[in-house]
Design a protein around this ligand. Sequence first.
Ligand code: URP
Ligand code: ZN
Ligand code: ZN
Length: 446
Amino acid sequence: MRTLISNGTVVTAEGSYAADVLIDGEAIAQIGLNLREGVTADETIDAAGKYVIPGGIDVHTHMKLPFGGTTTIVDFAVQSKGGSLREGLDKWHALAEGNAVADYGFHMIMSDVTDESLKEMDQLVAEGIPDFKLFTAYPGVFYSDDGAIFRAMQQTGKNGGLIMMHAENGLAIDIVAADLVAEGKTDPLYHGIARYPVFEGEATNRVIRLAEAAQVPVYIVHLSATDALEAVRDARDRGSQAFAETCPQYLFLSLDDMGNGFEGAKFVCSPPLRTADHQDDLWTGLIKDDLQVVSTDHCPFDFHGQKDLGRGDFRKVPNGLPGVEDRLDLLHDGGVMGGRMTKERWVEIASTAPAKLFGMYPKKGSITVGADADVVVYDPNRRHTISAKTHHMDVDYSVYEGREVQGGSDVVMSRGSVVVRNGEFTGKKGAGRFIKRSPADFARMA
Ligand code: URP
Ligand code: ZN
Ligand code: ZN
């Protein structure tokens, strides 16, 4: 199957230019002007007035199926407490195989740092799972103490892996949360109140300092607060290999969204939504490259039947929001249309930088000859209103309900096959492949 995308503007992290793109089988075969005069194709897509961009890469999801201009996800496999990394990983492979509609990789959540699990890390790196998430939050569940984190970091110094940190001071948060509940403050809003920004700032600085001591890079996930951004910026200013992502919810939503009685449960995630004054700092962090990536932390729970569990005690509301489908369009609308960033930076934070940091570049995250034909024909003028009535995510609400956005995908291709056309899914369950990723080449981030 050969597809010619003609008359479009190719937008990459490095620049934009008019070109036709020829896709042959699963890869990009040729890029140039007026290709239609010299080549034959089974289908020609007219991209006049449209952008031709590498498919979005969302490196932080907790789920099974992707959508919305995103052609690659990296999902979190989970080591159960007392279990091995291998058991957790096998479970996630089994969930994805035969079900995924787009290509996928895994990071590994480490709940138990032991001599055995440290050894297992080396094997996972060799199998294409080079990143490990640890937590300073969630005591008794995923929490690791500083010694465990430091040991895991030392191990990545030997095997080339990357530690990803959920950085909030979970021990302190639990004390504030218990005090609030004792005072009768049980609404979801108090989830946001209990998790002070300084608890995120403190933990972010601490884990970066530990990484410096271990002489390894570190990646901060779902950074939400100015306090944490300052810790990353200071570290980068002193030459540290500290990297970080933020998420659309921290750029577009705020603590105010949590204030409507139990409706606020829809917005319960950790770190929590912050007061609106943090948002401008995060946008600035993205422009200045103190934040390199925007991923979603897509982690959907139905409002009815799941979020419900926390009525009467915000500590029992399952943490997480849906959003994988909306990321590219929200960032285009708020970032490019909002005048905050160039379209090239938009492609970089949503596709190219994640591909580089997570060992998939240039096969993913680029429009180059030989790259996987994960290509999106993107209409910068298309408008739509985000709603749970029309989204494709398997969850009964949207945190962006009623928000109008400018920009949308006309055609989404995954390794040369059209998987979405004008909002309709045309792909095949099971067509997604596991991506065996390399340890990141951090020099590329310079
Ligand atoms: O609230 C969140 N973020 N849920 C997902 C788990 C995590 O910590 O990333
Ligand atoms: Zn987390
Ligand atoms: Zn997450």
